[in-house]
Design a protein around this ligand. Structure first.
Ligand code: SF4
Length: 413
């Protein structure tokens, strides 16, 4: 078994843990933001409804800022205030409400899981982190811990991006913070730290600290409620640890949680030396031709053709202008020809490549894809009979387009 990490990286002293909990919770009580899901979790007497509310908020908050989520969360809870209501919604309705929030599979999985709770668990949410993770599709270790601690008072920790940053700074953890060894260590630490009587508040406080004080680039250490427990802060104030380590310090060069010897402490970075991550893979470049087909509707207003994407994969089930992924380095003329052939399948009649008018390019960054949409338009005279054997498609006005389940990328197009 690997050697346990040196004591300086851990919270080994009960008195220090107690003091840290107290300081953090006192700060949270004074400074917390009034977020709708926290208010509901604190006041709602029905445990299933508390669990559902926290679950929805946690799924929405994955990779998304609080300020963006609030409006989506409020509309969602108004439309589907209970698991039972969500279980009866269609995927189309879910996608429409989710439009613009990104990572669309989240909404779909939330709805599938709600159906499972209603049909297989008699509408009762599992009450522990272990059961939540085991029984609910799309609920991972973090979300399970958040629901169980905030809604049901289970004394279990959580580790998300904010918590990783705070813990790595508190304990000067400079090994790759995305590596399984470090992540396991952080979970152990979060479980040791979590307050036994107010676990939900403690976890929210730790995340809130990371979101508002211990921020990535310019942390507000002077205002931090746990600075006296923070080794990165101490190191910034007092410089490098002594050359001769004492029993609590790391062994020379082989500590599993210290930065690699090739990347020593950089005093110009201060506490932002931590956390460290292995370099990210650059996003994959993709080009997609897309065509805005336009016709005059029955009242003379322009209408646009949108088609539905497949029910799995990127942007599953969302609507878009007819689009075609392109090979890289294709000549413009060839791009047009391929798009014209693709459109022909939708329209059931030949489309001349030279009739396509080039409008411009739109770049949209998905988490792992650098997507360039090459945008064309094609005004149509007369009606077009769409082939019902192809994916679902429909004509929409501009207002209908914006109310449909379309991605942010398509709105840019
Ligand atoms: Fe983060 Fe600074 Fe507080 Fe340490 S003292 S936890 S680095 S804000």
């Amino acid at each position: 078994a690997p050697a346990p990490p040196p004591a300086r990286h851990l919270f080994s002293y009960p008195a220090e843990v107690e003091a840290l909990r107290g300081n953090l919770l006192a700060w949270y009580d004074r400074c917390k933001r009034d977020l709708p899901w926290s208010l509901l979790a604190a006041t709602e007497p029905d445990a299933d409804r508390r669990g559902y509310a926290v679950w929805v908020s946690e799924i929405m908050l994955q990779q998304t800022q609080v300020a963006t989520v609030i409006d989506y969360y409020n509309r969602w809870m108004q439309k589907w205030p209970t698991l039972q209501a969500l279980a009866q919604a269609s995927l189309e309705e879910v996608n429409e409400l989710w439009a613009g929030l990104g990572y669309y599979s989240r909404g779909k999985r939330l709805q599938e899981a709600a159906r499972k709770v209603v049909s297989e668990l008699a509408g009762r949410m599992p009450r522990t982190a272990e059961d939540l993770q085991k029984l609910l599709p799309g609920v991972g270790q973090y979300t399970a811990g958040a629901i169980a601690s905030i809604s049901y008072g289970q004394a279990t920790g959580v580790v998300d991006g904010n918590v990783i940053r705070v813990l790595c700074r508190l304990r000067c953890i400079g090994a790759d913070s995305s590596s399984p060894a470090v992540i396991d260590q952080l979970w152990d630490m979060a479980n040791v730290l979590v307050d036994r009587s107010r676990p939900g508040d403690f976890n929210q406080a730790l995340m809130e600290l990371g979101a508002t004080v211990c921020v990535p680039k310019a942390p507000l250490c002077g205002e931090c409620p746990v600075k006296q427990h923070c080794q990165a802060w101490r190191r910034k104030l007092f410089g490098n640890p002594p050359k001769v380590p004492d029993v609590e310090d790391c062994g020379v060069g082989d500590c599993p949680l210290c930065p690699p010897a090739t990347e020593p402490w950089d005093s110009s970075l201060g506490v932002t030396n931590f956390p460290r991550k292995a370099a990210k893979k650059p996003p994959r470049a993709m080009r997609t031709a897309t065509c805005v087909l336009e016709r005059r509707g029955c009242h003379g207003a322009p209408e646009y053709l949108i088609v539905q994407r497949p029910s799995s994969g990127l942007l599953a089930g969302l609507w878009e202008f007819p689009s075609l992924p392109l090979a890289q380095d294709l000549q413009e003329e060839r791009e047009r020809e391929e798009l014209a052939d693709h459109l022909q399948a939708w329209m059931g009649r030949p489309v001349a490549a030279k009739g396509l008018r080039f409008i411009g390019e739109v770049i949209h960054i998905f988490s792992h894809i650098h997507q360039t949409y090459v945008v064309y338009s094609l005004p149509l005279d007369g009606d077009v009979t769409l082939d019902p054997a192809l994916s679902p498609s429909r004509w929409v006005t501009e207002d209908e387009f914006h109310a449909s389940a379309v991605s942010t990328a398509m709105k840019k197009v």
